[in-house]
Design a protein around this ligand. Sequence first.
Ligand SMILES: Cc1cc2nc3c(=O)[nH]c(=O)nc-3n(C[C@H](O)[C@H](O)[C@H](O)COP(=O)(O)OP(=O)(O)OC[C@H]3O[C@@H](n4cnc5c(N)ncnc54)[C@H](O)[C@@H]3O)c2cc1C
Length: 88
Amino acid sequence: MANFTKEEIDIIVVGAGPSGIAVSAWLNKLGKNNVVLEKQDCCAYLWKKKIFDRLHLYLSKDFCSFPFLPHANSSPMYMPKKDTLQAL
Ligand SMILES: Cc1cc2nc3c(=O)[nH]c(=O)nc-3n(C[C@H](O)[C@H](O)[C@H](O)COP(=O)(O)OP(=O)(O)OC[C@H]3O[C@@H](n4cnc5c(N)ncnc54)[C@H](O)[C@@H]3O)c2cc1C
């Protein structure tokens, strides 16, 4: 985790769900100092604490990958919760 002074922050991302984490990954890649603020006590709160363990994404892996984390050919077509959390 990077530490910036307030003056050094370029962008604040609100929410550390999959969208916020993905945006932050891209901002890091673009060299933009960013901070992700999350109101819950962890990132990916919905996925960690609210979604049942047997959940699989309902879109195939071709449509659901995180930035800079391509799926392995051997990974399941529909990502299970544990793989989604691992990627996050
Ligand atoms: C059963 C189910 C199946 C799904 N299947 C798929 C699928 O197959 N493919 C797919 O692409 N998507 C799927 N989704 C949808 C999507 O992946 C999830 O809903 C995902 O969690 C959305 O990510 P998000 O970051 O946009 O929102 P969230 O996960 O809701 O994250 C938002 C975060 O912002 C935080 N927040 C909100 N307001 C503030 C604030 N004011 N200050 C600080 N923090 C704040 C919240 O606490 C939360 O952690 C599925 C969802 C469900 C429920």
